[in-house]
Design a protein. Structure first.
Length: 267
């Protein structure tokens, strides 16, 4: 997964994702390769493509052919050319919700339950697929993110934990190799990054130390690494259902505290 916010890292990674063209129709082959990278979530919204010269060198084709292919991609609204800046993947997924609906959800926290219900089904399905389809590279990505989760936990770094948590679940979605899941959940995780449906302090308070959450993530990771789809799906479901139950219990506790405080005020 390429992070468009880290351009140096993105440029280095992109050097390895484009391959020489050996098809009959050079322009169509260039278009097809870039479309496939977008479809598979390797190139994501806002990500910058290499220059024409670099693309031509990596694919083993002429710059005019690259220019023609990029023009077709732009006409199909898949990329955007910004004068003086470069060529970027167009905003394809967009916002999962309008600003007005986001504000409405923020005012009605019961929506968090709907969010978790959705994630239970999608991430259980994704974990099942990932355990079957994950490549050696997918497992290496998951290993590195799992290490980041553990390091953040040991350091008691809330922000790093949140970032690693989202990257962990995103890596599982990527490892499912289901393009619809990749793009759909990318939009959902964008909301999570905005803290609309995420409160790390609450999650850490579920078990006092966050140890159970870490153990749940490791169970999902180990199941995928072992190639056990049933175990992976169950672990993913159990993890989010645990968060869901804990959230409901916390809401009930908060309501009891409010009622008791009101009674106390009347004494």
């Amino acid at each position: 997964m390429i992070d468009p916010t880290n351009q140096e890292e993105a440029d280095q990674v992109l050097n390895a994702v484009f391959t020489p063209i050996d098809h009959t129709s050079v322009v169509d082959s260039i278009v097809s390769q870039i479309e496939t990278l977008i479809l598979n979530g390797i190139l994501r919204d806002g990500g910058r493509l290499p220059s024409e010269r670099d693309l031509a060198e990596q694919m083993g084709v002429s710059r005019p052919k690259v220019r023609e292919a990029l023009k077709l991609l732009e006409e199909n609204d898949l990329i955007l050319a910004r004068h003086g800046e470069g060529t970027f993947v167009a905003p394809l997924v967009g916002s999962a919700m309008s600003p007005a609906l986001i504000a409405l959800y923020a005012r009605h926290q019961d929506a968090f339950n709907s969010y978790l219900e959705f994630r239970i089904e999608q991430e259980s399905f994704a974990a099942n697929l990932a355990a079957t389809r994950a490549t050696k590279a997918d497992k290496e990505i998951l290993t590195r993110v799992m290490e980041d989760l553990e390091a953040a936990h040991l350091a008691d770094d809330s922000q790093a934990s949140q970032d690693a948590d989202i990257r962990f679940h995103s890596a599982i979605i990527d490892a499912s190799h289901n393009s619809l899941l990749v793009h759909t959940m990318s939009s959902i995780y964008a909301l999570t990054r905005q803290n609309l449906f995420y409160n790390r302090s609450f999650l850490r308070s579920i078990d006092g130390t966050g140890q159970q959450l870490l153990a749940q993530h490791r169970e999902i990771f180990e199941a995928i690494k072992a190639g056990n789809p049933e175990r992976a799906a169950t672990a993913a479901r159990d993890h989010i259902e645990f968060v869901q139950r804990s959230y409901v219990e916390e809401q009930s506790r908060a309501q009891r505290d409010q009622v008791a405080s009101q009674r106390l005020a009347l004494l």
